[in-house]
Design a protein around this ligand. Structure first.
Ligand code: F6R
Length: 245
């Protein structure tokens, strides 16, 4: 496990984009796993800049997002599809048909989840998976208690997550109660994983993920089982680590 501690989120974005750009080099097709949330935004901004400067080419990139809410369409401004379009896809030369986000409006969700897994498999698996981390150690929508062997599936959102999300919706009843999420087992299949964290509110989860036991109490601790994981984290997110950087 590699841990890179940076002074601020801009540096996190610059280093993250550089890791992705380096990994993309020399590949005919590049399969990139993506996350939403506030943390990866500086990484996406830097990738957009590099794309405009013609230093990173997205024309042969295929993306797979970690998760999506069930029950809202991709046109809804709180959907993860909408987020990805606005934060990255609309600004780089990626063919839109190469971008995959689970479909929260799928009629048959179990079949859609199985299809999502087979699409990833059919392109040869994910080359690099971008992750954020929740304050409780979640990755994707894999909350504490999720199986390390879990695959893409429909998951229930915790009351805490529903409460946190209520501010983004017109009324509490509109907040989705379930989501589709890649499983921890799905994430661990990626060839390379880069987890980003920014802010003191992530410090406990980061320490548990890196230095704690592999435990369902902290889903991100499962990353210790993967041979190629890099954490790019700000100083305040690294504050609870016993190893000092
Ligand atoms: C989103 C996702 C989540 C977030 C996590 C951190 O696709 O997978 O696990 O990465 O909730 O969110 P932020 O970055 O907003 O703190």
């Amino acid at each position: 496990m590699k841990v890179i501690v940076v002074p601020n989120k801009d540096k996190m974005g610059a280093i993250g984009a550089r890791i992705i750009a380096e990994d993309m080099k020399g590949r005919l097709f590049y399969k990139l796993g993506l996350a939403t949330g506030s943390t990866p935004i500086p990484v996406y901004q830097e990738l957009i800049r590099l794309n405009k400067e013609k230093k990173v080419d997205f024309s042969r990139v295929i993306t797979f997002n970690l998760d999506e809410y069930v029950g809202i369409p991709g046109t809804h401004d709180q959907s993860y599809r909408y987020f990805m379009n606005k934060q990255l896809f609309d600004h780089v030369n990626i063919p839109k048909q190469n971008t995959n986000v689970p479909d929260g409006m799928a009629k048959n969700i179990p079949a859609h989840c199985a299809d999502y897994e087979s699409w990833m498999e059919s392109v040869g698996g994910i080359d690099l998976q971008v992750l954020g981390i929740g304050g409780n150690g979640h990755i994707g929508f894999n909350e504490p208690g999720s199986s390390i062997a879990s695959r893409t599936r429909q998951v229930k959102l915790t009351p805490e997550t529903i409460r946190d999300n209520a501010r983004f919706f017109a009324k509490a009843a509109d907040v989705p109660k379930t989501a589709i999420s890649m499983g921890i087992g799905t994430v661990l299949d990626a060839a390379k994983i880069v987890l980003f964290a920014n802010g003191a509110n992530k410090a406990a989860a980061i320490a548990a993920a890196i230095e704690g036991p592999v435990s369902v109490k902290c889903p991100a601790s499962a990353l210790q089982l993967h041979p190629d994981v890099t954490f790019v984290i700000t100083k305040d997110a690294a504050a609870n680590l016993t190893l000092k950087f």
